[in-house]
Design a protein around this ligand. Structure first.
Ligand SMILES: [Zn+2]
Ligand SMILES: [Zn+2]
Length: 110
C-alpha cells in the first residue's frame, strides 16, 4: 500500500497581492491571488456546513483585500487573517495544493 505523504509547503511568503507557497519536496511554486483565496474560504461563516451552499457574498469582499499574518495550523493547513476582518478560515494544504496554479499541476504545455 502506497500512501502519499501529506503535502507541506516549505516556504510561505505573504505579499499584499496574495500568498506565495513553495511546495516540498518537488519545489513547485504557487501564487494565490488574495481575493481569489479569500473567496475560496470554506469556514462555517462562508459556506453552509450541511449543504455546502455558499454564504459569502463576493460583493462584500473588497477588491483590494490583503492577507495579514498567516499562522500554521497543526501542520495541516494555514489560518489566514484578512484585511476585511475575516479570520475564521482555515486553508488546508490539501485544498491549496489542489488549487495550485503552477504549470506542473495544471498540466499546461509551454
Ligand atoms: Zn470564511
Ligand atoms: Zn503546482
Amino acid at each position: 500500500m502506497k500512501r502519499r505523504p501529506p503535502a507541506m509547503p516549505h516556504a510561505v511568503t505573504r505579499e499584499d497581492a496574495g500568498l506565495r507557497l513553495s511546495w516540498a519536496p518537488d519545489g513547485h511554486e504557487a501564487f494565490y491571488p488574495a481575493r481569489e483565496l479569500r473567496l475560496a474560504c470554506r469556514c462555517a461563516a462562508c459556506v453552509e456546513e450541511m449543504s455546502g451552499r455558499p454564504l459569502l457574498d463576493p460583493g462584500s469582499v473588497p477588491a483590494d483585500v490583503r492577507p495579514l499574518p498567516v499562522a500554521l495550523v497543526g501542520g495541516y493547513g494555514l489560518r489566514i487573517r484578512w484585511s476585511d476582518g475575516h479570520d475564521t478560515g482555515i486553508y488546508t494544504f490539501e485544498q491549496l495544493l489542489a488549487a495550485c496554479p503552477c504549470d506542473a499541476c495544471t498540466g499546461a504545455a509551454e
